[in-house]
Design a protein. Structure first.
Length: 275
């Protein structure tokens, strides 16, 4: 989620913090009747069956809302994105921000849009309906409260916001996953916590390190993120890494790296839906 600062009417940002089924039982082997006159026929024993484990439920038919952070046109419309909107818990905050960028200028909004499109394709290929909070990387907004409303209106089974951070802290690196805390409704309780934990666990097993500068063990409970506060569906926000860290910036700017982030997020969402 970015931290906006106003300077001479322009928006400046410092960063973003907004069992497989068992093998089938072998076919029963029929035993031929044995005859030996004048002895009576001997009937074959009844076949034995081995119980099988039911496969996990398919995520097909589920609805997932993907929320790529920020937008490419935000920077050219400071008045619009600085407009105050409800942030939940009785607070307000700017409609949106421009997001952060790598030191070489690769913007967060481009990264999040690219990764979200990759995640969406992977999910759609599994029969999951995917809804995006924005359709391109050239528009403005939508505001953070509207992004939450999109997930609510879609009756989403999971809402995942995709971001990247821009911490200037020395040595800051790693991903973290935010969720609303304390929860404001039932969906923000156990379902959102489980979604956040599944994202965290899958990111870890996919080779990403948890953040060393924020949260704990890759998780960051938050009360100040409007998109999470307004959600009535299971929702979490993943900060994929720190764009100001040279190693992570290199990964984010590469096609291969963005594919790796997308694969991990898609796998986490599938695992959450199938549980």
């Amino acid at each position: 989620m970015t931290v906006p600062l106003l300077l001479a009417g322009a928006l400046l940002l410092t960063g973003c913090s907004d069992t497989a089924p068992a093998a089938p039982a072998p076919a029963p082997v029929a035993t031929s009747a044995v005859t030996s006159s004048p002895s009576p026929s001997v009937a074959p024993p009844p076949p034995t069956t081995t119980p099988t484990t039911s496969p996990p439920p398919s995520p097909a038919g589920k609805v997932v809302v993907l929320d790529p952070g920020h937008n490419g046109g935000n920077g050219a419309h400071p008045a619009e994105i600085n407009r105050q909107v409800p942030a939940g818990r009785g607070k307000t905050k700017p409609c949106n921000t421009t997001g952060t960028a790598t030191n070489d200028g690769y913007p967060e909004h481009a990264f999040t849009f690219d990764v979200a499109q990759r995640v969406g394709k992977a999910l759609a290929d599994k029969g999951i309906r995917v809804v995006y909070t924005r359709q391109d990387d050239t528009g403005v907004g939508p505001c953070v409260d509207r992004r939450a409303a999109i997930g609510n209106e879609a009756n989403a089974d999971a809402v995942v916001s995709i971001h990247a951070d821009g911490s200037e802290a020395a040595g800051a690196s790693g991903f973290h996953v935010a969720y609303s805390a304390p929860p404001l409704n039932a969906a923000q309780g156990a379902p959102s916590t489980r979604l956040a934990q599944t994202l965290r666990d899958t990111m870890r097993t996919s080779g990403f390190n948890a953040a060393n500068y924020i949260g704990a063990n890759g998780l960051s409970p938050r009360a100040d993120l409007a998109g999470l506060n307004h959600s009535t569906r299971p929702a979490a926000l993943v900060e994929c890494g720190n764009m100001r860290n040279a190693t992570e910036a290199a990964r984010m700017t590469s096609e291969e790296g963005r594919g790796q982030y997308a694969s991990a997020i898609a796998a986490a969402i599938e695992a959450y839906l199938a549980a």
